[in-house]
Design a binder for this molecule. Structure first.
Ligand code: UD1
Length: 372
C-alpha cells in the first residue's frame, strides 16, 4: 500500500516560519497526507528554537536528531547519518524541505539516494555568489528535487537555466509571508520587548533602526565586522539602533573584544528575540539594516524600508517590487542610504504577487494532485 506519510524537515530558525503554515495546511485537509516532522537540531538554543515552535503553533517534532553545531562537513554529515534511519523506519512517499540551510541539502540528499521524491519549498532563488554556503545548498537541492515550489516568478528562469523542467516547478508565493500575515495581530510592541530584555533605550520620539547581522561574510572577518560596528555607531548618532544578536555574531563580537564598542547608550544589544518580538520590532522600525534573506522579504511585506548589508540578493523581487536596497558593506554607502531613507521616507514598494497568506494552501493542493 502507498505510504501517506510526508516527512517535513526543519533545522534552523528561518525554517520554522516556513514550515508552520505548511503543517497547518496539511492538517487542515487531513487525510490522505500525514505530516511527520523531523527537526535536525541544527539550531538548538531555546531562543533559537523552542519559543518559535510555541509561538508559531508548530507541533513537537516527531523526531529531533540533535545534530547541533560543527563545521559544514560535520554538520551535514551528522544530519545525513541520523536522518537515514528515520526514512527507513517511516517509509514516507516524499520528503519536504524548506529554504537553503545545511539541514535542507543534507536531508534532501539522503532522500533522493533512497529513491524518495524530494519536494523543495523556496526553490530557484539565486544570489549568483558561490562563496555563500546557502547558494551551494540552493543549487544542489533544486537539482535533486522532484517538485519545486517558488516564491517569485523570476525563480523559474534560474531553474530553467540550470536545466530543470518547467513542469516540475510551481509558483505558489511565499510561505514565510503566510506566517507573517497570520501573526501580525499578535506582534509584541517594541517598548515591551526592550523592557523584557532590560534595555532602557529611549525610542519614543525618534523611533529607531533595527539591525541584524549573522552572515559569515560580515561577521567572521574582523575587519568587516569592525567597519560595520563603527558605521552603526555613526548612524546611531541620528537614530537609536536596536540589535538582536545572533549567537554566531555574539561569539565573534566577544572574541574580537568589541562588546563595549558596540553596546552604547544609543545602540541596544539584545539576545535573539522571539518571532512575535521580531515582528513588532520590524513593523515599527523606521529602517531595517540586515544581511538576512528573510528580513528582506518580511520588510517588503510590511512596507518598511530595508537596507541590505550584502553585495547581492537571491530575492530580487524585494528590490524591484519591494522596499529593499542593496548597499553592501561600504561605510559611506550605508550611511548615505540610511540618511536618504530618513530624509525621504524611503521606498514604498508594493506587495509581490501571491504574497497573500495562501502559499501553503497552494502547496498542499499541488501535492495532492501530484502524489495522490
Ligand atoms: C544558519 C544558516 C543560515 C541562516 C541562519 C539563520 C547554514 C549554512 N546557515 O546559519 O542560512 O540564515 O542559520 O539563523 O545552514 N549557535 C548557537 N545556538 C544555536 C545555533 C547556533 O549558539 O542554537 C552558534 C554555534 O556556535 C554555531 C553558530 O551559531 O557554530 C552558527 O550556527 P550554524 O547553524 O552553523 O549557522 P548559522 O550561522 O546559524
Amino acid at each position: 500500500m502507498k505510504s501517506n506519510v510526508l516527512v517535513c524537515v526543519v533545522g534552523a530558525r528561518p525554517n520554522f516560519m516556513k514550515m508552520a503554515p505548511i503543517i497547518k495546511a496539511l492538517k487542515a485537509v487531513g487525510q490522505p497526507i500525514v505530516p511527520y516532522l523531523v527537526h535536525t537540531g541544527q539550531h538548538y538554543d531555546q531562543a533559537m528554537k523552542d519559543t518559535f515552535f510555541q509561538q508559531l503553533g508548530i507541533p513537537e517534532p516527531d523526531r529531533d536528531l540533535g545534530v547541533g553545531s560543527g563545521s559544514h562537513a560535520v554538520q551535514t554529515a551528522n544530519t545525513m547519518l541520523r536522518f537515514e534511519p528515520v526514512l527507513d523506519e517511516v517509509s514516507p512517499f516524499a520528503v519536504l524541505v524548506v529554504g537553503d540551510v545545511n539541514s535542507t541539502i543534507a536531508c534532501g540528499l539522503v532522500a533522493v539516494k533512497k529513491s524518495i521524491p524530494l519536494i523543495h519549498v523556496e526553490a530557484g532563488l539565486r544570489s549568483f555568489d558561490r562563496d555563500m554556503p546557502e547558494e551551494i545548498n540552493r543549487i544542489l537541492t533544486d537539482q535533486i528535487s522532484d517538485l519545486l515550489f517558488t516564491t517569485e516568478r523570476g525563480a523559474l528562469h534560474n531553474l530553467e537555466r540550470e536545466g530543470i523542467d518547467e513542469g516540475r516547478v510551481c509558483f505558489v508565493g511565499n510561505v514565510m509571508i503566510d506566517t507573517l500575515l497570520a501573526n501580525c495581530q499578535q506582534a509584541v510592541t517594541p517598548d515591551l520587548t526592550l523592557a523584557t530584555y532590560g534595555s532602557s533605550l529611549a525610542i519614543k520620539e525618534e523611533g529607531y533602526a533595527l539591525l541584524t547581522l549573522h552572515r559569515p561574510s560580515n561577521v567572521d572577518d574582523p575587519d568587516t565586522l569592525v567597519r560595520l560596528i563603527k558605521t552603526v555607531g555613526e548612524i546611531s548618532k541620528r537614530l537609536p539602533v536596536i540589535f538582536p544578536v545572533h549567537p554566531r555574531t555574539q561569539q565573534k563580537i566577544a572574541h574580537a573584544g568589541l562588546l563595549n564598542e558596540f553596546s552604547t547608550e544609543r545602540v541596544s544589544l539584545l539576545p535573539p528575540v522571539s518571532y512575535l518580538e521580531m515582528l513588532g520590532l520590524m513593523r515599527a522600525a523606521r529602517v531595517v539594516l540586515t544581511d538576512s534573506g528573510g528580513l528582506q522579504e518580511e520588510t517588503t511585506a510590511l512596507g518598511v524600508p530595508c537596507v541590505t548589508l550584502r553585495e547581492n540578493t537571491e530575492r530580487p523581487i524585494t528590490v524591484t517590487d519591494g522596499t529593499n536596497t542593496i548597499v553592501g558593506t561600504d561605510a559611506e554607502k550605508i550611511k548615505a542610504c540610511v540618511h536618504e531613507i530618513l530624509d525621504s521616507g524611503g521606498k514604498r514598494g508594493r506587495i509581490p504577487e501571491y504574497w497573500d497568506g495562501n502559499a501553503a494552501t497552494r502547496i498542499v493542493e499541488r501535492l495532492l494532485q501530484r502524489y495522490f
